[in-house]
Ligand binder design. Structure first.
Ligand code: NAP
Length: 254
């Protein structure tokens, strides 16, 4: 780990109160970055220790204006945005209420769109910057019985590629990560909702050729790379980080 890679860089991470966002915030801080954490509510504050944290509802434009305004006033600008905040709601097409669809699209897709849109002028003002969006393997492969979630994640891939084209001349790079299953509170909650949580966890591990699910730290390492100046030539990519699952037709090679 390079403790100076993010020296003099201001980075905002949404969804930093848990899981992948939390690991990314800590990783970028350890690499010398000035990280500002987006929290859903005050109950998440203990998870970020002494890092700077602000409550934000990513689905609300005014919430982004307020928080980014505070960041720029306090730290002088913004160099990178990591869009991690999201919710997972299951449901096949015939079971998905319009309200559920709207909720998932609002948080996952509109929330990421608003982050990109609101961060854009600040990144431009710095002469460029980086955005890392969290898609999912489900965003490129689909996920039966999770139509709203998978669709929101597919939208993030298209948005990432579009914004990479729009931002290239302004040196704004936009990439997204498509993780397989990662051991986070979001996934733990999904296991708990199943009839046999232990079997669900084992099945998730078995779906990955490497025989296990990923860790938040493994995703955080890729987030940090993509957000850093080392990734200057990489933009518009949707990178699978999945223990080989995407090349295995969804079946473990073990
Ligand atoms: P997580 O631990 O649930 O983190 C997501 C965070 O976003 C939570 O702290 C959540 O708060 C927060 N959040 C929810 N709604 C919000 C809102 N409206 N405004 C602000 N924050 C909000 O899940 P994770 O697994 O780390 O997920 C991080 C990202 O990776 C997500 O985009 C997810 O879709 C993606 N991803 C995860 C996996 C996986 O297997 N874990 C796989 C592929 C992609 P609450 O906890 O209170 O809801």
């Amino acid at each position: 780990m390079d403790s100076t890679r993010f020296k003099n860089k201001v980075v905002f991470v949404s969804g930093a109160g848990s899981g992948i966002g939390n690991a990314a915030a800590k990783r970028i801080t350890a690499e010398g970055g000035m990280v500002v954490c987006g929290l859903l509510d005050e109950s998440q504050r203990p998870a970020i220790g002494n890092l700077d944290g602000h409550v934000i509802d990513v689905a609300r434009a005014e919430s982004w204006d307020e928080v980014l305004g505070r960041i720029v006033a306090r730290h002088g600008g913004l160099d990178a945005l990591v869009n991690c905040a999201a919710i997972l709601r299951s449901g096949a097409i015939e079971e998905t209420a319009l309200a559920t669809w709207d909720e998932v699209i609002a948080v996952n897709l509109t929330g990421s769109f608003l982050g990109c849109q609101k961060a854009w002028p600040h990144l431009k003002r710095r002469g460029g910057g980086a955005i890392v969006n969290l898609s999912s393997l489900n965003g490129i492969r689909g996920l039966a019985r999770a139509v709203a979630y998978a669709t929101s994640k597919g939208g993030i891939v298209a948005m990432t590629m579009t914004l990479a084209l729009e931002g290239a001349r302004d040196k704004i790079r936009v990439n997204c990560i498509c993780p397989g299953t990662i051991d986070t509170p979001m996934v733990a909650a999904a296991y708990r909702r199943s009839t046999d949580p232990a079997a669900a966890a084992q099945a998730a591990a078995d779906r990955h050729p490497v025989g296990r699910v990923g860790t938040p730290d493994e995703v955080a390492a890729l987030i940090a790379y993509l957000a850093s100046d080392e990734a200057q030539f990489m933009t518009g990519q949707a990178i699978a980080l999945d223990g080989g699952r995407s090349i295995d037709g969804g079946k473990s090679a073990r």
